[in-house]
Design a protein around this ligand. Structure first.
Ligand SMILES: *[C@@H]1O[C@H](CO)[C@@H](O)[C@H](O)[C@H]1NC(C)=O
Ligand SMILES: *[C@@H]1O[C@H](CO)[C@@H](O)[C@H](O)[C@H]1NC(C)=O
Ligand SMILES: *[C@@H]1O[C@H](CO)[C@@H](O)[C@H](O)[C@H]1NC(C)=O
Length: 458
């Protein structure tokens, strides 16, 4: 037993939380490990925060590891950590952290990395070091992973999954295919145990995706026939410039489609048609820029944290309309599992946008996938609410998440957590074999396929 505390210590303990230390993380909210992972070029490193699984169902040595990559290009992985799927989220007051009941590190180790170099706390040694294409981004991710595995050799053998959203729809296929290409050239002790990739509301094959905005807005009543024709003309420009490989102009043309759509609809944000205000992420920046928060995370005190880096956005501008669909095909052909999920209310990289390129995937399992039944998915926790729809065949799963926009884990945490746990562990609707009775019952649930038609593309 500890001796009784002297009075002044008790007083200290009461006063300190009201002052500077109140801003510091509660101990239980601290990452298991965080800091910097060296990558080439010289003096460069990517910031990371790693949270070990809190309630794993598997022994530590076989508990899956997930890497989360944010979009942008140039948005920090810490946005995912503190606004979407980490164990603690920044409260609207920007001063405190709130436990997230739907954290993705309940069952899995969860790693966030600020990538590409130049993003978040990953300051680039010089502007010229910021990547301009997916090959460099992928090489940096693999190098950072190797640095991460070197921290603790027991991490490397664990089943590894790449996850992320939005522009990570580019990084994930690029990094995944790169890992599969490089693995056979590495000594066994240095290989990455990549088992699957999950992409939320991703931009992956932009030339097909940019051509869907007019339809999805029109068929949900957000624009009229004349506006639809105007959007189609803008889309055609983006497609033509992409086909001509005039990459910067093509990216600008896509920007015009989205800003015209925003203007026509008057929506607060194209990321979520149901919102009257954009996602309120400012408190994350206020919190992460406190000296105490940087010190607690092991981040450089001299780096100002920005949610999204304009410098990275500019460096990657010519990459925007380039496709990484071949990366997805390469993963599927090598039987690496792929999950594509979209919040149904997203107007930027939503369901229709994904289906447009999915139908063009060059993979011998595509026919069976497209013919597979789309199951109605209800949450197990809560009141068995509608969570969305699941279609899968072979290595490919497609999930539509109900009640969510672009930032699925922020909008529908329960569904997002059940989805990622089911998919990684191959349980429930993601089980190796779904019993027939259950499948029939699921499809007979109220709503079923018809309900989808009402919501697609909003
Ligand atoms: C790396 O950092 C060290 C110490 O700050 C510096 O002396 C060296 O020039 C840097 N190297 C490069 C290639 O930037
Ligand atoms: C990507 O960028 C690097 C560095 O600028 C360059 O060396 C490489 O050729 C580029 N790769 C592609 C495929 O454009
Ligand atoms: C759309 O653009 C026009 C012309 O620039 C502007 O007058 C109008 O206010 C905009 N509407 C919305 C909803 O942003």
């Amino acid at each position: 037993m500890a001796p009784p505390l002297p009075a002044f210590v008790v007083l200290f303990a009461v006063i300190v939380p009201l002052s500077a230390a109140a801003l510091v993380f509660p101990k239980e909210a601290l990452p298991t490990k965080s800091g910097y992972l060296p990558i080439p070029p010289a003096n460069a490193s990517l910031f990371f925060a790693f949270y070990e699984a809190t309630h794993p169902l598997t022994p530590p040595a076989s508990t899956p590891l997930l890497l989360w990559l944010q979009g942008g290009p140039g948005c920090s992985g810490l946005l995912g950590n503190f606004f979407e799927l980490g164990p603690y989220l920044v409260s609207p007051d920007a001063e405190t952290l709130t436990p997230n009941p739907f954290a993705w590190n309940r069952r899995f180790g969860l790693l966030f990395i600020d990538s590409p170099l130049g993003t978040g706390f990953s300051a680039a040694p010089s502007p010229a070091d910021i990547p301009t294409n997916q090959s460099v981004v992928a090489a940096h991710i693999l190098a950072a992973l190797q640095s991460f595995f070197a921290l603790d050799p027991s991490l490397r053998a664990r089943p590894f999954f790449l996850t992320g959203e939005s522009y990570a729809g580019k990084y994930i296929p690029a990094a995944g295919a790169h890992i599969l290409d490089v693995n056979p050239t590495l000594p066994e002790a240095l290989r990455v145990n990549l088992r699957g990739v999950a992409i939320g509301n991703g931009l992956t094959h932009p030339v097909a995706q940019v051509a869907t905005h007019a339809d999805s807005a029109y068929f949900t009543g957000l624009v009229d026939a004349r506006q639809k024709r105007e959007l189609e003309a803008l889309q055609a420009e983006a497609v033509a410039l992409t086909r001509a490989e005039r990459w910067r102009e093509a990216a600008d043309a896509r920007g015009r489609v989205l800003s015209r759509l925003q203007n026509m609809t008057g929506l607060a944000t194209l990321y979520d048609a149901a919102r009257q205000r954009p996602y309120q992420t400012d408190p994350v920046a206020a919190f992460l820029n406190r000296a105490e928060a940087k010190a607690a995370l092991g981040a450089r005190g001299d780096v100002a944290w920005e949610e999204c880096s304009d410098a990275v956005g500019a460096a990657m501008h010519a990459d925007v309309m380039k496709s990484v669909r071949p990366g997805v095909e390469s993963l599927l052909r090598r039987r690496t599992r792929v999950l594509l999920y979209q919040g149904i209310r997203d107007l930027r990289d939503g369901v229709v946008s994904t289906e447009a390129w999915l139908a063009e995937v060059d993979w011998d399992g595509l026919r069976a996938f497209l013919d597979a039944e789309r199951a109605v998915w209800r949450t197990r926790g809560g009141d068995g609410e509608l969570a969305g729809y699941v279609q899968r065949s072979g290595a490919l799963s497609h999930v539509v998440v109900y009640g969510a926009g672009h930032l699925v884990p922020a909008d529908n945490g329960r569904a997002a957590q059940e989805m990622i746990e089911g998919w990684v562990l191959e349980a429930g609707l993601f089980g190796r074999r779904v019993p027939n009775g259950r499948r029939r019952r699921l499809n007979a649930a109220p709503g079923g396929r018809r309900a989808l038609v009402k919501h697609v593309g909003i």
